[in-house]
Design a protein. Structure first.
Length: 270
C-alpha cells in the first residue's frame, strides 16, 4: 500500500477503529502501546451486530456505506476494520472507494502454523469468517502441511459483549465451543487455537480453562497495531478533546461503562 507519511496530515485527524461491537477493543489495547498519543474514534455497529449471520453482500454494503459516511464526517488519517468477518468480505471493496489507508484484520493462521508442535490447529470465528475463501487461501499459503480444524462459534460474540458489560458469562456456551474443536477426530491434538474474531480474545481466560493446559491462543491484534503504526509513521498526533465512541444504535449507559476503562468518556450515535 506504500507509505502515507509524506502527506500533510492534520495532527487531530483520528484513527478510526471499526467493529460490530466491543471486539476491536483488543486491537485498541495494542494500539495504545505503540501509539499512545494517537486520537481514536471507536466505531461500533451495534445496529448491525452480528455480522457472522449476514450474507456477504449485506456485510459488504453495510461496511462500505458506514465507513464512507465516517470518512466524510471525521476525516480520518487511517481506518482499521477491526472485525475479521468484515475484513475477509469487504476489505478490498472499502480500499477501492476510500482515499485513506485501510487496515484489515486477518485470521492469524501464519503465526499459528509457526507455533504449533503437533501440527493440529483450531480456528474459531463467526460462521461467515470460517467459510471464506480468504481463509482457504491463508491455509494454503501458510499451513498446507498442517491440519486446520475450523469451528464457527457465533455464540462467543454475545458472551464477549456480556463479559465487558459486567454480565454473567454462559459457561455452557464456552463448553460447547471447546467441544466443537475437541470432538473432531484429531481434536485432542490441537495445541494452538486461532481466535479469528476480535471479540474472542476477551474470553481467552475462559477458553484456556475449558481447553486445558498447554493450548496457546493467537490473534492478530498486535500485528494490526504495528501495521497502523507503520502506515502513520512520521505523522504528528494531537489528542485534542479526547477520544470518542460512535455507535449505530441508540447509546446507553452500559455501553459507555464498557468503553470507559479504555479511556473513552463520550459516546454518540452516527
Amino acid at each position: 500500500m506504500g507509505h502515507f507519511a509524506n502527506q500533510a496530515v492534520d495532527p487531530a485527524a483520528p484513527i478510526v477503529l471499526f467493529d460490530t461491537g466491543v471486539g476491536g477493543l483488543t486491537v485498541l489495547a495494542e494500539l495504545r502501546k505503540v501509539l499512545p498519543e494517537a486520537p481514536v474514534i471507536y466505531a461500533a455497529d451495534y445496529a448491525g451486530l452480528p455480522y457472522g449471520t449476514k450474507t456477504e453482500a449485506e456485510v459488504a454494503a453495510r461496511v462500505c456505506g458506514l465507513l464512507g459516511r465516517m470518512s466524510e464526517r471525521y476525516h480520518p488519517r487511517a481506518i482499521c476494520i477491526a472485525c475479521n468477518t468484515a475484513s475477509t468480505i469487504a476489505l478490498g471493496m472499502v480500499r477501492e472507494v476510500l482515499e485513506v489507508p485501510v487496515i484489515g484484520t486477518v485470521p492469524a493462521i501464519k503465526p499459528a502454523a509457526e507455533m504449533t508442535q503437533t501440527g493440529v490447529i483450531g480456528l474459531l470465528g463467526t460462521a461467515a469468517t470460517v467459510r471464506q475463501g480468504y481463509v482457504d487461501e491463508l491455509e494454503r499459503q501458510f499451513a498446507s502441511d498442517k491440519l486446520l480444524i475450523r469451528h464457527a462459534a457465533p455464540e462467543l460474540v454475545e458472551q464477549a459483549e456480556r463479559k465487558l458489560r459486567g454480565d454473567t458469562i454462559d459457561s455452557a456456551a464456552i463448553a460447547a465451543t471447546v467441544a466443537g474443536l475437541r470432538d473432531h477426530t484429531r481434536g485432542m491434538e490441537i495445541d494452538t487455537v486461532v481466535l479469528a474474531c476480535t471479540h474472542f480474545p476477551l474470553l481467552e481466560d475462559e477458553l484456556r480453562a475449558a481447553m486445558g493446559g498447554g493450548v496457546r491462543f493467537v490473534h492478530g491484534a498486535e500485528g494490526i497495531a504495528r501495521r497502523i503504526a507503520y502506515l502513520t509513521e512520521g505523522q504528528e498526533f494531537a489528542r485534542g478533546d479526547g477520544d470518542r465512541v460512535v455507535v449505530t444504535a441508540p447509546p446507553d449507559q452500559a455501553m459507555l461503562d464498557a468503553f470507559r476503562p479504555y479511556g473513552f468518556d463520550r459516546i454518540e450515535q452516527l
